[in-house]
Design a binder for this molecule. Structure first.
Ligand code: HEM
Length: 322
């Protein structure tokens, strides 16, 4: 067993937990490291209203939920941008293999994606291939994932091209490993996601294949987390905390852009988090929406999201805010 220490920020008591997660409240320190200073008074930047989860329809379904992206607001800068970039810089220096990956043949799409992001940030890209993508990832808070079109062997498919995930600089993974996804198509990337292929597998493929350079898209996704670290490539073996007072809501804003030269696709992810106690105080409708979403979540999806152990107690706890 790997015994690692959990440090209680307020009184610096040390307790042993059977996990590689170090319990702390600093989003910018990896889940398995101890923050270098006391973050107990840190206040996370709350996610904006437009990316909050919504109730759609009468029962649970994964949904595409893609909307047209206003490019003037592509990768916004805010007060978490600088600390996020500092975190990325440290991860790239100390744990590069965990945050950068390139699949053979991905250099051209990685470079074009890097140039696009650099240009958007007002800089000129001077390096090639994956280095261009890394440089650009240090100009924005968002993670950058690049897909490349590839011919399929399926002559009966509507469109004989599929998109493979070939390059990435990912410093805020929500419990998935970048290296495990390289070279995979969308169905295989999403294999751990219960009900994905039934609900949206072909919809995602079609939407991504048809994505036009001049019509970028965005969507959002949500989960509850028992740890606020942005860099969290694995799940703990058991919940780190159980009480809803200690949970966080984690909402990601994703954007999708077609690359005009190579035909590749740039997928960006930015994670926002808020302590659940603060989130539910945004309004009764916000608390009611979350309660409904949790009530409808099938067990297998709740387990995948690592919400299952505290789902029932959170639904009960939410009553007082509804
Ligand atoms: C419209 C497009 C897309 C939709 C609707 C979609 C949907 C989803 C959903 C529902 C999840 C589960 C997350 C959760 O419930 O907490 C997920 C996870 C994920 N998605 Fe997507 N996705 C899309 C595009 C992409 C693209 C282009 C990539 C690029 C590689 C990608 C990579 C991932 C990864 C790596 C995960 C985590 C999988 C794991 O846990 O092993 N997604 N996606």
């Amino acid at each position: 067993m790997t015994a690692v220490f959990a440090c209680n920020q307020s009184d610096a008591r040390i307790t042993v937990v059977e996990s590689i997660h170090v319990q702390h409240r600093d989003p910018f320190t990896p889940y398995d490291e101890t923050p270098s200073f006391d973050y107990s008074s840190f206040e996370a930047l709350p996610p904006s209203d437009e990316i909050l989860p919504q109730v759609v329809g009468e029962e649970f379904r994964h949904r595409l939920g893609t909307r047209p992206l206003d490019l003037t607001n592509w990768l916004p800068t805010d007060r978490e941008t600088a600390p996020t970039i500092a975190m990325k810089r440290k991860l790239l220096a100390e744990r590069r293999d965990e945050v950068v990956s390139l699949f053979p043949g991905g250099d051209d799409v990685a470079q074009e994606a890097g140039e696009l992001v650099s240009q958007w940030a007002g800089c000129v890209s001077t390096r090639n291939g994956i280095d261009a993508l890394i440089d650009s990832a240090l100009l924005v808070a968002d993670d950058l994932l690049v897909l490349k079109p590839s011919r399929t062997n399926d002559r009966h498919a509507d469109n004989s091209q599929e998109l493979l995930f070939v390059a990435g600089v990912v410093c805020a993974p929500s419990r998935w490993r970048l290296s495990a996804k390289m070279g995979l198509d969308m169905l295989k990337v999403h294999r751990p996601v219960p009900k994905y292929s039934d609900h949206i597998g072909s919809g995602v493929n079609t939407t991504m294949q048809r994505l036009a350079v001049e019509r970028p898209l965005w969507r959002s996704n949500w989960t509850l987390m028992d740890h606020p670290a942005l860099f969290q490539p694995t799940s703990p073996p058991k919940p780190l905390v159980m009480h809803p007072d200690e949970l966080w809501i984690r909402i990601e804003r994703e954007t999708f852009r077609r690359l005009s030269q190579t035909g590749g696709l740039l997928f960006t992810i930015r994670e926002f988090q808020q302590p659940l106690v603060d989130y539910v105080r945004r309004g009764r409708d916000v608390a009611q929406t979350l309660r409904t979403l949790l009530q409808r979540l099938p067990d297998d999806v709740a387990r995948y999201k690592t919400i299952l152990p505290y789902r029932a107690s959170t639904i009960e706890w939410l009553e007082r805010f509804c």
